[in-house]
Design a binder for this molecule. Structure first.
Ligand code: ADP
Ligand code: MG
Length: 233
């Protein structure tokens, strides 16, 4: 079963007189459970694609389906409900709340989005804390953590509501090479453990080959294969 489907998706932005095409006629399928990378240089359209999957943006043309639902036609409220229920997000700059502890950051979506009572929240937070090996850092604040620990916390927060799909936009861009690798390995382990589909974007050659399914994007278009040679004139 495909979890994500793009059917002839284009997205352009109108900036005054000028139209900028961020994605052009992209058709792709991501099967459920696939550990997937969107790879391309800066400005190629990766964030645009993730925002469309995450119901944060709508295509100018074409259709985006996630878990069998046409997210491209959802209204704001439907999109927000869908995100809260089905999706988790991981960001380049971690986006942890500095005044909350590791535990509280992870608990936050259950409290604020799902309005879940404490006796149900706490076991879920403890489970994902242990899964990302952060159980001994639960009472620390983000400022007391290394970059890798911050991203482990963010991955736990993305997973705590047991989403179908985690979207990670350049999750390793602010990490050193060795830490970047362990963070991607952790995401893959989480896929194995919880069955969550992961789609991450990157332009880092050191981590893109850890994906099982890779889509190369250049200037808003999908490339057929990695390192494609231009053979015709
Ligand atoms: P990437 O994430 O691969 O760096 P983006 O998806 O952010 O690429 O951007 C793709 C293209 O779309 C770029 O040319 C960018 O400048 C343009 N773009 C993205 N968002 C907007 C926006 N809100 N308004 C205008 N242009 C945008
Ligand atoms: Mg981007």
């Amino acid at each position: 079963m495909n979890l994500v489907e793009f059917k002839n998706v284009s997205r352009s932005y109108q900036l005054g007189e000028v139209s900028v095409t961020a994605l052009q006629d992209v058709t792709l399928n991501i099967p459920k459970g696939a550990f997937t990378a969107l790879v391309g240089p800066s400005g190629s359209g990766k964030t645009t694609a993730l925002n469309l999957i995450g119901c944060l943006d709508k295509p100018s043309q074409g259709e985006v389906m996630v878990a069998g639902q046409a997210v491209s036609t959802m209204n704001r409220k439907q999109g927000a409900d869908f995100r809260g229920e089905k999706l988790g997000f991981v960001f380049q700059d971690f986006n942890l709340l500095p005044v909350l502890t590791v535990f509280e950051n992870i608990e936050y979506p259950l409290l604020m989005i799902r309005d879940m009572p404490k006796h149900l929240r706490h076991p879920l937070v403890e489970k994902v804390l242990a899964a990302v090996s952060m159980e001994n850092q639960a009472d620390k604040y983000p400022a007391q953590l290394s970059g890798g620990q911050k991203q482990r916390t963010a991955i736990a927060r993305a997973l705590v509501g047991n989403p179908l799909l985690v979207l990670a936009d350049e999750p390793t861009a602010n990490l050193d090479g060795a830490t970047a690798k362990t963070v991607v390995e952790l995401m893959k382990q989480m896929r194995d453990e919880f069955g969550t589909t992961f789609v991450f974007s990157t332009h880092d050659p050191r981590i893109m080959d850890q994906a099982e399914l890779t889509f190369h994007i250049l200037d808003g278009r999908l490339e057929d294969a990695p390192a494609k040679e231009v053979t015709h004139v």
